[in-house]
Design a protein around this ligand. Structure first.
Ligand code: KG4
Ligand code: ZN
Length: 343
């Protein structure tokens, strides 16, 4: 089945054409056009919602033309149009939702609203081998950090979430303290190899109530305090050591909560998703952790599909379509997730 998918929840506009099938070997990304707005927001140190909405509106039509042209598919061959409807920046989401709605209604194509977080998880369905539910999913992105039990492709239940900053947000804020421009997660990943992770030890957030939640703001504040202390006392500090120490603490706290979640749920399959799933230290740490546990399989999305893109929305739209989920002319965007999805 051919699906056209649209993503505009934050600072990347993306339109993709994917071929989906129950057999992972027959799944293909025919086109996945992405227009990144990062240069527009970098000057402000973060995403400016109004600028994001305008940039989505400017980019979306031409991306759709390009995606159809690159894939060699005509609209008449498209079986469904998937679109990120929630959660995200409301003005940004509305651009994608209204565009997809117009395209679907004008051409008589079924419209399928998709949860952005579920889309991140679905990026893994383009991996080979691809994970099949049930599994445990850790979504670590710039705006979200959550642990979910994926019971079926569309029955996804959150069992842990961040109580403050998202993991990617913490990476970006620490990068900023170290003088790296927004979004600094990838550069922080790189310079962490140049430092000694044992030189500066930062604390892990401990959930004393036994919950599967996360917290990253204390870790971020510890980095800030360390930097302030050094500059006030004139003590020398090494940027790469701080990056390495922070990365180790962030990765260790993610693995610690996942270990607790695996124990609690008895699940033996782990799927990682979101922008921070590109982090090479997290990939290495989780691969080592999985090797130390019998029968635990761990899946990562292809590097190119970790960040926001429409192909992942197309993958999830396929399963939502099969499950009868449809949007109509009244489809609206939502900044938060639906209550009935327990997110
Ligand atoms: O999933 P995503 O594209 O957007 C959201 O849905 O939020 O994630 C973007 C986040 C940013 O915070 C970025 O710094 C982070 O993912 N990121 C990384 C790496 N690559 C991207 N964080 C750590 N290590 C990386 N290699
Ligand atoms: Zn995202």
């Amino acid at each position: 089945m051919l699906i056209l998918a649209v993503e505009s929840s934050c600072d990347e506009t993306s339109v993709a054409v994917v071929e989906m099938n129950d057999n992972p070997r027959v799944r293909r990304i025919l086109s996945n056009r992405i227009a990144s707005q990062i240069p527009l927001h970098a000057a402000f140190g973060g995403v400016v919602p109004e600028i994001a909405s305008r940039a989505h509106a400017e980019a979306i039509s031409s991306l759709a033309y390009e995606a159809l042209e690159e894939s060699g598919v005509s609209l008449s061959e498209i079986g469904a149009i998937g679109v990120t409807a929630y959660p995200g920046l409301i003005g940004a989401l509305l651009v994608g939702v209204n565009f997809a709605k117009g395209l679907a209604m004008a051409n008589g194509i079924p419209l399928v609203p998709v949860n952005h977080i579920h889309g991140h998880i679905a990026a893994n369905y383009f991996s080979d081998p691809a994970p099949e539910p049930p599994f445990l999913a850790l979504v670590v992105s710039g705006g979200h950090t959550s642990l979910s039990e994926v019971l079926t492709y569309t029955d996804i239940r959150v069992i842990g979430r961040t109580r403050d900053d998202a993991a990617g947000e913490a990476f970006d804020k620490v990068a900023r303290i170290l003088g790296i421009p927004y979004p600094g997660g990838a550069e922080l990943d790189r310079i962490s190899y140049l430092g000694d992770p044992g030189a500066v030890r930062f604390p892990l957030a401990a959930m004393t109530d036994g919950s599967l939640d996360f917290s990253f703001s204390g870790l971020k504040t510890a980095v800030m305090n360390y930097e302030n202390h050094c500059s006030q006392t004139g003590a020398e500090w090494n940027r790469n050591d701080v990056a390495a120490g922070f990365t180790r603490a962030a990765v260790d706290s993610l693995i610690k909560q996942m270990d607790a979640a695996l124990l609690q749920t008895g699940v033996s399959k782990l799927v990682i998703a979101g922008g921070v799933a590109a982090n090479t230290h997290l990939r290495k740490g989780l691969t080592e952790y999985a090797a130390s546990r019998k029968n635990l399989q761990v899946y990562f999305p292809p590097q190119a599909l970790c960040g926001d893109n429409a192909a992942m929305i197309g993958a999830q739209a396929y399963y939502a379509f099969l499950n009868g989920i449809r949007g109509d002319a009244g489809l609206n965007a939502m900044a938060t997730s639906r209550h009935d999805e327990n997110l």
